[in-house]
Unconditional design. Structure first.
Length: 201
C-alpha cells in the first residue's frame, strides 16, 4: 500500500500552477473588452481524506437560484465588503453554504484565477478538511453536498470538451462527469487546472 499523501502531493504541486484560466479558454474567437471590470470572488476546493481515499467536496446549486440553477459548483461566492480577501470570502461562503467551519480548513494554496462569463475573477482556494464533518446545506442555495474521488478529477483523460449554443454563439467547455453528476463549465475548468499541475495524463 502506498504511503503517499495525495492531498499533500496536491499542496506541493500548487506552487507550479500555470497562468490564469477563463470560461473563454476553448473559445479563442471571443473578443473581450479592454478595461473590463471583474468582481473578485473566492471558491473553496475542499479536499478530505477518508478510508476510501482522498475526495473533493462539491455542491449542486438549488434549482430555484437565478444564476446557474442546478449546476455543480464549489462552495464560494463574491468577496463582500466585510471580507478581508478572497480567501476569507471562500471560507465564509463554505460555512454559510455547506456548514464547513473555517477552523476546520487548512488552506494549502491557490489555483490560478479564473474569469467567468458572468464577470467574476474567481480565486480557487485549495484547502484540506482537517476533521470529518457533517454537511449542512443552506437549502435556499444548495440542493445537495456530495464528494467525488480526488483521483478521478486528477486524471486528464477524464475530461471531455463539449459544446452548446449560448447567447447565439457556439460555446465550448470542459466536462468531467462522475456518476449522476455532470460537472462542467467553470467548475470543470478549475478542476482541469488542478489536474494540469497535480494530476497525470
Amino acid at each position: 500500500m502506498s504511503s503517499v499523501d495525495p492531498i499533500g502531493a496536491v499542496a506541493a504541486a500548487l506552487g507550479c500552477a500555470g497562468g490564469p484560466t477563463s470560461d473563454f479558454d476553448l473559445n479563442p474567437e471571443t473578443v473581450l473588452a479592454d478595461g473590463r471590470r471583474l468582481r473578485p470572488a473566492g471558491v473553496l476546493v475542499p479536499l478530505m481524506a477518508g478510508p476510501g481515499g482522498a475526495r473533493v467536496v462539491l455542491t449542486q446549486r438549488s434549482s430555484a437560484l437565478k444564476h446557474h440553477p442546478g449546476q455543480i459548483a464549489f462552495p464560494g461566492g463574491k468577496q463582500d465588503a466585510g471580507d478581508a480577501d478572497v480567501t476569507a470570502a471562500a471560507l465564509r461562503e463554505a460555512r454559510e453554504e455547506i456548514g464547513l467551519h473555517p477552523e476546520n480548513v487548512q488552506v494549502l494554496g491557490y489555483l490560478p484565477t479564473h474569469e467567468t462569463v458572468t464577470g467574476f475573477l474567481v480565486t480557487p482556494v485549495v484547502g484540506r478538511v482537517i476533521s470529518p464533518y457533517t454537511p449542512h446545506p443552506e437549502e435556499a442555495e444548495v440542493a445537495e453536498v456530495f464528494d467525488v474521488p480526488l483521483d478521478h478529477v486528477l486524471q486528464q483523460q477524464r475530461y471531455r470538451i463539449e459544446s452548446r449554443y449560448w447567447r447565439g454563439t457556439m460555446r465550448r467547455y470542459y466536462t468531467v462527469p462522475f456518476g449522476p453528476y455532470y460537472i462542467w463549465g467553470a467548475t470543470a475548468r478549475m478542476l482541469r487546472a488542478l489536474a494540469d499541475v497535480a494530476g497525470r495524463p
